[in-house]
Write a protein that binds this ligand. Structure first.
Ligand code: ADP
Ligand code: DP6
Ligand code: CO
Length: 364
């Protein structure tokens, strides 16, 4: 075992992009293990634009586990952080660094404490899936630090216990979170449907309408929907299973009209479930009606062209994610957005972020 009187520090940094669901996860069948009521599919974004960077460190001089998020210390006592730390620690292997004279045996990892510093380069808790990038990055960085030998699928089952959507951020490209049916959650993992080189014509533009923290977190919102919305249960049983198959086919065939139709319809149904919740949750109308105007603008454009050019989707927040079928359409889209919805300090709309699908192979 490493000599605890020594003053060494071992550091690992990882970067993980966020992902945006095109078939949404909304509702858990098990709150503790974070098991969903339906499969979901997402696109992992380009890490140059929306990503989390997390540094984890271990040293004999650390007296307890500590974490800083965007420069402020936060508590690690919550069940989700504790589950991730426990699951990673239990899979740790020996770590040796001859140069520094470090040797930690796998059975000794629980005698060491970690310090974690994480930064999101985009608004936290504002409906841009910060929990997805954040928890995926945390699990990936800890796994590297502790020399965990599990594959990405197994790591995804750990990230899932930090935040459901996080399991999908460990892969680039198009990713499916399989709901699984085992009570232990061992088969509720992420799988890559197609890697980041597949369908690289797509361009993603995000309208950052608000960087304010949403009033209802995803966790609370979906719990209330599960308890009160009949539409959620109909959606999970009758609608999503068929949509998942159609979406997989659309992605495989690079069929933009089907992809756009499914993406927009699924986003609208997710927000309908939020409205069907008692009391209703208004993620899209948190700040203004601009989101509705953006939807109208895209719907009109798609109709006038005879075939969809742009897909829209909104997560649990007011920020719009727009997916253009190619670069030419993206240029036109940006021109229209800047004309009709110019960013202005007096309005909530403060910027547009333009990116590709993920250019990352995997997390890291
Ligand atoms: P979002 O739509 O941004 O995912 P959520 O309500 O799902 O919003 O989750 C927000 C929460 O996720 C934050 O309050 C914080 O607890 C956690 N989180 C966000 N970013 C990170 C990060 N980089 N590292 C660890 N946890 C994070
Ligand atoms: C609307 O993964 O943030 O973004 O599992 O409770 O942490 P918890 O919730 P979270 O929910 C994401 C919901 C969504 C849709 C999606 O990403 O699939
Ligand atoms: Co989230």
């Amino acid at each position: 075992m490493a000599d605890k009187s020594q003053n060494w520090i071992l550091i690992v940094t990882a970067q993980t992009p966020t992902n945006i669901a095109v078939i949404k996860y909304w509702g858990k069948r098990d709150e503790t293990l974070i098991l969903p009521v339906n499969d979901s599919i997402s696109v992992t974004l380009d890490p140059n634009h929306l990503c989390t960077t997390t540094t984890v460190a271990v040293s004999p001089s650390f007296e307890k586990d500590r974490m800083w998020l965007n420069g402020k210390e936060i508590s690690l006592s919550g069940d989700r952080f504790q589950s991730c730390l426990r699951e990673i620690r239990s899979r740790a292997s020996d770590v040796e660094d001859e140069e520094k004279g470090i040797c930690i045996r796998k059975q000794d990892w629980d005698k060491f404490h970690v310090h974690i510093a994480s930064y999101n380069n985009f608004p936290t808790a504002a409906g841009l899936a910060s929990s997805a990038a954040g928890l995926a990055c945390l699990v990936f960085a800890l796994a590297k630090l502790m020399n965990v030998k599990e594959d990405l699928g197994q790591l995804s089952a750990i990230a899932r216990q930090g935040s459901g959507s996080a399991c999908r951020s460990l892969y680039g490209g198009f990713v499916k979170w399989v709901m699984g049916n085992d009570a232990s959650g061992s088969d509720s993992i992420a799988v890559q449907l197609a890697n980041e080189t597949h369908w690289d014509d797509l361009v993603i533009i995000i309208a950052v309408v608000s960087s304010r923290q949403k009033e209802t977190s995803s966790t609370t919102g979906m719990r209330e929907s599960v308890e009160t919305s009949p539409l959620l249960h109909h959606r999970a049983k009758e609608v999503v299973p068929k949509r998942i198959l159609q979406m997989q086919e659309a992605i495989q065939n690079r069929d933009f009209p089907s992809f756009a139709r499914l993406t927009c319809t699924d986003s609208n149904q997710f927000h309908a479930v939020c409205l069907d919740t008692r009391p209703p949750i208004f993620y899209m109308n948190d700040t203004s009606h601009r989101q509705v105007l953006i939807i109208n603008c895209i719907e009109k454009w798609n109709r006038s062209e005879g075939t969809p050019q742009v897909a829209y989707t909104f997560d649990a927040g007011p920020n719009a994610v727009l997916i253009a079928r190619n670069r030419n359409v993206a240029t036109l889209l940006l021109q229209r957005l800047l004309f009709y919805f110019p960013p202005h300090p007096d309005t909530e709309l403060n910027s547009y972020v333009i990116g590709d699908k993920s250019i990352l192979q995997d997390a890291g």
